[in-house]
Write a protein that binds this ligand. Structure first.
Ligand code: SF4
Length: 361
């Protein structure tokens, strides 16, 4: 039986995600060992789940304190994520919480079965609204992964109603939404089915004696941060060639860099964990300390008030507020602006060359 987290991938990265994760989960059956980001995400889910089930948003601050102290997390960081309008609205309106499902992926005699938990869903007369709480540090659109498409497949079959999928990004208090069409659902199921069969085929190759690391290669990338097996998988990094004289060596270096980057994050998480519990460490050569950085968060109302005050004070609003990549993305995706609109308004196009190394499909 497959779960979405085992099959997960982003569509922009590769069709199947990291094969080694499948190996750890479905071949070695290794116990999962979540890192800090995953522990934080699970803590957010537990708090939201309890608040919705008890229909009481007043318990959120107390739950944050309790969950933070048990898991050694930052209470304020948790509270900032879970005490937001979309969560409060879910507590008020109520709905299905953490619904477990199993779904056969085709009608063959021994079909692959997908299982999962749906964070929150609400059935209305016209549609089912499916919500997934995300504690990620970067937002993305529902169609950038197949996760909600698979949940939509299950809910659509269960209720025979259209399904609207919502990703609620807790750190930013933003919602990305998509109404799933039959084609979206078919595509998601097709992907899960292909992935499950491909995994079975690879398992057979191992049974025939092929090297597991070739059949289920490690493919480090952004997904490592949330991978249950990173402590096992990233503890060693492959040697990186000292000299690059061929494309093969260049590829080895690129792969080595990906490993080194993820390995570094792993060590940083470990150190952060140790110092949070035991205090700073220092000798003649190095010092490591947790430093609290404070920052301000502005609601829409606060942002408008800031702009109004700048205008009242006669300040040059355009000179102070920068139109960064997030604002450009919002204007393009939510308000239909194009690059030409920016250029017509006087923006200047510049370019620079960056080294971009990512997981290949
Ligand atoms: S840590 Fe990264 S490379 Fe290793 S199994 Fe997980 S996703 Fe794959």
């Amino acid at each position: 039986m497959y779960s979405f987290s085992g099959l997960s991938t982003t569509l922009s990265s590769s069709k199947y995600g990291c094969w080694h994760k499948f190996y750890c989960r479905y071949v070695l059956n290794l116990p999962s060992r979540p890192g800090l980001p995953l522990i934080f995400g699970k803590a957010c889910h537990a708090i939201i789940e309890t608040a919705i089930k008890t229909k009481n948003s007043h318990v959120i601050p107390f739950l944050c304190q309790a969950v933070a102290s048990v898991n050694e997390l930052d209470t304020e960081e948790l509270l900032e994520c879970v005490d937001i309008p979309p969560v409060q609205k879910a507590v008020q309106t109520g709905g299905g919480v953490e619904e477990y499902f199993e779904m056969e992926l085709d009608d063959s005699p021994f079909p692959p079965v997908l299982r999962g938990y749906i964070d929150f869903n609400q059935k209305t007369d016209k549609a089912v609204i499916l919500t997934d709480w995300k504690s990620n540090r970067a937002a993305y659109k529902p169609l950038e992964t197949y996760q909600l498409g698979l949940y939509a497949a299950y809910l659509n079959k269960k209720y025979s109603l259209p399904v609207i999928g919502r990703l609620v990004f807790l750190r930013f208090n933003t919602i990305e939404e998509h109404e799933y069409t039959d084609a979206d659902i078919e595509e998601a199921i097709g992907w899960a089915r292909d992935t499950a069969y491909e995994c079975e085929a690879r398992k057979q190759k191992i049974e025939m004696g092929e090297d597991p690391l070739n059949v289920f290669p490690k493919q480090p990338g952004d997904a490592c941060e949330y991978c249950d097996y990173k402590y096992y998988c990233l503890s060693e990094i492959p040697a990186i060639p000292e000299v690059i004289s061929s494309k093969e060596e260049a590829l080895e270096v690129a792969r080595g860099i990906m490993f080194a980057k993820e390995n570094l994050k792993l060590h940083q998480d470990r150190l952060k964990d140790f110092i949070s519990k035991n205090g700073p460490v220092q000798n003649d050569l190095v010092k490591a300390v947790m430093e609290k950085s404070e920052y301000l968060v502005f609601s829409l109302k606060a942002r408008l008030a800031v702009v109004k005050k700048m205008q009242q004070d006669g300040l040059n609003v355009g000179g102070i507020l920068k139109i960064g990549s997030d604002a450009q993305k919002d204007l393009r995706e939510k308000h239909g602006w194009s690059e030409k609109d920016f250029l017509d308004l006087g923006a200047v196009k510049r370019s620079k060359n960056n080294l971009d190394i990512s997981k290949a499909g």
